[in-house]
Design a protein around this ligand. Sequence first.
Ligand SMILES: NC(=O)c1ccc[n+]([C@@H]2O[C@H](COP(=O)([O-])OP(=O)(O)OC[C@H]3O[C@@H](n4cnc5c(N)ncnc54)[C@H](O)[C@@H]3O)[C@@H](O)[C@H]2O)c1
Length: 260
Amino acid sequence: MSSQATYPDLRGKVALVTGAGAGIGKAAALALGQAGCNVAVAEINEASGLQTTSEINNAGGKALFVLTDVSKSASIKALVEKVVAEYGKLDIAVNNAALSPDYGTIADLNEDTWERLIGVNLSGVAFSLKWELRQMQAQNTGGTIINMASATSIKAEKNLPAYSTAKHGVVGLTRVAALENGEHKIRVNALAPGAVSTELTINTLATMGFSEEEYSPRVGLFGRFARPAEIAQSVLWLASDASAYMTGSVMTVDSGLTIV
Ligand SMILES: NC(=O)c1ccc[n+]([C@@H]2O[C@H](COP(=O)([O-])OP(=O)(O)OC[C@H]3O[C@@H](n4cnc5c(N)ncnc54)[C@H](O)[C@@H]3O)[C@@H](O)[C@H]2O)c1
């Protein structure tokens, strides 16, 4: 099952990752640190954000923690300002922060849950794009942005109304941002993981009444959950010049989940 981790040479690049205190965001931040980037760890949970930051620094990388709430546009503005004050520029952004899915039908929609999830999982990506794109446009040196979508961006799923709708919206935002920024040489792509072994997955399965082990055989074509580090490898690829001709795309990394 294991794949060898590889790291492109991203020395001299500045990256920010939202939701970098846990799961996929943490794995992406660690991988970007390994690849030589200066990394801004943007997280609403101070303890976990500081933990990721010290893991990158202890591994010989360079990281900075910025307490961030992606659902607040002013918080993202302050994040980008802090990154530029500290590292002088922004080259790579990974818009990853999200809340765990709601669970229930549209007929039973809870309005408060809807507002909260859309606020973080969709508006959070829009606000992040706004301030990241302004900075990258002003620099005039291009850039690459990776929005964390999901298999539920592509395939409708019952009982995840706000989550699945927000993830469809992330693909829409990705395409619009790519269209508007080709002339600035800023690439914007979405990454759509299948089921990944993280806190978010454990929470979702618990609401459905399953453990991770019980659910594994139903996951994609390999009967297992992805490891966050496997998804981080795709983040690195989208962040690097290996994907230089790619923008406005949705890249699935889902062991075939969306083709069955
Ligand atoms: N786990 C999966 O199976 C899976 C599958 C497809 C897509 N995704 C997506 O990948 C991304 C990461 O998921 P994960 O499984 O690692 O989740 P996770 O719950 O393990 O981590 C999410 C992180 O985001 C942070 N966060 C939450 N709200 C925030 C806010 N308002 N501002 C800043 N940070 C905030 C949390 O504190 C947490 O550290 C999400 O966009 C998720 O929708 C996950």
